[in-house]
Write a protein that binds this ligand. Sequence first.
Ligand code: BGC
Length: 377
Amino acid sequence: MSYIRWTTFALLGAIALACFAQAPAKKGKPAVTKKDFGKTADGHAVELYTLTNANGMKADIMTYGGTVVSLTAPDRTGKFGDVILGMDDVAAYEKGTAYFGALIGRYGNRIGKAQFALDGKTYKLPASDNGNTLHGGTRGFDKHVWTAKPGTGSELELTYVSKDGEEGFPGTLTSKVVYSLTDKNELKIDYSATTDKTTVVNLTNHTYFNLAGPGEGTILNHEVAINASRFTPVDAGLIPTGELRPVKGTPFDFHNPTAIGARIDQNDEQLKFGKGYDHNWVLDRNAAGLSGAAIVHDPKSGRVMEVWTTEPGLQFYTGNFLDGTLKGKGKTYVRRGAFCMETQHYPDSPNKPSFPSTTLKPGQTYHTTTVYRFSAK
Ligand code: BGC
């Protein structure tokens, strides 16, 4: 039954997409352009690439953190507008933004007690979040300048080589991320990585979306459907307990499209721990490969975002820690003024043998794909 509800919603998204695809649109040539985007405090030049697809959809991506700085999507009138939070210059990103738009590595989300064991050896990591390690440590992949190589269409390949021992992790890890803007109005992210020593890897992207536009109030009226029957409940430090808990009968059941704000402040221990939604959903899938994870709809603009991924998990985070301090694009980013859909392996997998493994060995290639597809209805 729940699968039927999910598929119906997915179908509605597909129909909306088909309608938009039929709208008369001037087809342009997919392209990538580059400009200087200033320097980091330690003098590294940062480049800003603009990817444009045939429909005129644009993504600005900078080499600092491999960060998506802006991303446009069509509303129900076909008008493209920015749908993500971002800052105005590199200095503002370096000052700290709660990972706006950034690539996250080497390990996305939390590793409990800032340590893990691999092949009998314990690795100690920086404790960057209540005694745990969040998003790769104190200087994760979001705080390094990546090397860019534009493709022939609207693609950009970014590479970052993380040294053996960096942030406590073993092995030199070479990560490549290819961002593409397809003519189906998708931002596609392909992640790959190789290592010279056994290590753990969990790469993701931390874009904060507001489908009504950055700084356009909260996302509490956005309707969300998540293709998941279970989630990984957490302790007070947001570390999974190891349980895969059914969502049925809880505010975590998003089989039916539901407004984010409908249950977010319910008297529920898990919501209290996260100060809202800040949890990993265990995605339902019928087969390996790219599979539908979530759909978000903003009733105001009509924009729809579908999330497709090869990953087993989805961190749905509702910007609970934003508090109006961060400002960019001429706007103020209020609490719950954005949501993140971080596709990933489950948090703390290196310490949870029952979770799908995040171990990468020399000779193996890590490869995952996530697609954010935009339409309107
Ligand atoms: C985490 C949140 C955290 C946010 C920004 C999310 O991935 O789950 O707990 O506050 O990133 O730091």
